[in-house]
Design a protein around this ligand. Structure first.
Ligand code: SER
Length: 388
């Protein structure tokens, strides 16, 4: 199944079960929202999880682009991307967790053809504030799926306060041997689908109060699911990355970790620019700036003549199309190239400043502060220049 077929199968399965499709939002949460980017499918739905009636009813399904910088250091492993799409379903005070889990099990095994013997789940085991999630446990036991009980790993929240709840995560075995151990004991168990029983609100003092309604919020990462269903080892090998795998290695000779980082960050930068963000020294613009500069640092490490001028528009267009963005690819390219030029000027200044006798020896914390505050040279960049 290619990703388009996966999305269609997912949407139809839930539409047949009374869910209405909502249009995904952009990566930018509404003004006043404390987070910089939409990090999960539930984020734009927060008011409805908190009780406001949704115009399309109590059962919803969608595809939402998300950006997670908390996982930035994990980018390049087999399962994490900075920007990804999340398939999501919601029961807004309608059906309960076990039905959601049962549908999830049905779609995975019958709709997507996953061998039930390769599944393992985790369930919230209870803590001093909330009891164990026995309803989920019983459902899985009836289906004959092995269960691991955990505490912190099975509690989902979108921040220190706000809607939250116990979750049940479905894992798929990706090893070459028959399944062994449990999800927390062996990394070959890969999480595919999270079902959150979103029925609490955490207050500033850490206490929990019930939400006005008992919701279920589920999310599964599209690229990860595609990789698993397509029998690939990493998200970078699923069909979403076909043009990237065809074009980027021919353009720049990179080792595998660098290739993954370049593809992930460039793709993310395109989507972020497509949603209207421009490079800056703070906020969203700074996240974008970091993404682009990390790409440039990797590209130039082996060959300073490499640059984004070589990036074919086809990749920009493919990415905008995939995320259903109608932005102008030439404008995206222009923003990338401007940022590249700015970075080039900064590097030049950095080289000149670091050539001064004062900076020849080991650098102190005070030096780093001075270089940053007076010359706009971040620590990473200074270290990169000094390692040449
Ligand atoms: N909110 C949960 C998650 O992001 C399920 O959608 O994993």
């Amino acid at each position: 199944m290619n990703t388009d077929q996966i999305v269609r199968t997912f949407l139809e399965y839930f539409e047949e079960r009374g869910h209405r499709r909502i249009t995904g939002s952009t990566l930018l949460p509404p003004p006043g929202d404390p987070v910089l980017f939409t990090t999960s499918g539930m984020h734009p739905l927060t008011p409805y999880l908190e009780g406001r009636p949704h115009p399309l009813g109590r059962r919803l399904v969608n595809v939402q682009r998300c950006l997670r910088t908390t996982d930035l250091e994990e980018v390049g492993d087999n399962t994490h991307l900075t920007v990804f799409e999340m398939l999501g379903t919601w029961s807004l005070g309608d059906y309960e967790g076990p039905l959601s889990l049962d549908w999830g099990y049905g779609l995975l095994t019958e709709g997507f053809g996953v061998d039930p013997g390769l599944l393992h789940v985790t369930v919230f085991g209870g803590d001093d504030q909330t009891g164990p999630d026995t309803a989920s446990l019983e459902l899985w036991q009836e289906r004959g799926v092995p269960v691991e009980l955990t505490v912190e790993d099975n509690w989902w929240s979108n921040g220190p306060t706000g809607p939250c709840g116990p979750d049940s995560e479905i894992f798929l075995w990706t090893g070459d041997t028959p399944p062994e151990s449990t999800p927390t004991g062996d990394e070959r168990w890969v999480e595919v689908w999270n079902h959150v029983m979103m029925r609490h609100r955490r207050l500033v003092d850490g206490s929990l109060v019930p939400l006005p309604q008992r919701n279920v919020d589920t999310g599964l990462g599209l690229e990860r699911l595609a990789c698993l269903l397509q029998g690939r080892r990493s998200v970078f090998e699923c069909d979403v990355f076909d043009p990237w795998r065809r074009i980027v290695p021919a353009l720049w000779h990179l080792d595998n970790p660098s290739l993954r980082l370049v593809c992930d960050h460039l793709r993310s930068a395109v989507v972020v620019i497509g949603d209207g963000v421009r490079p800056a020294n703070t906020g969203r613009g700074y996240v974008l700036r970091r993404l682009v500069r990390r790409v440039l640092t990797v590209l130039r490490r082996d060959d300073p003549s490499r640059g984004l001028e070589d990036l074919p528009s086809e990749l920009i267009q493919h990415t905008l199309d995939h995320f259903r963005q109608d932005g102008d690819p030439d404008l995206v390219r222009k923003v990338l190239l401007e940022e590249e030029r700015r970075f080039g000027r900064l590097l030049e200044r950095g080289r000149q400043v670091l050539a001064r006798p004062r900076f020849r020896g080991p650098l102190t914390e005070e030096d780093f502060h001075y270089l940053h505050d007076t010359h706009g040279l971040p620590r990473d960049l200074v270290l990169g220049l000094r390692s040449r």
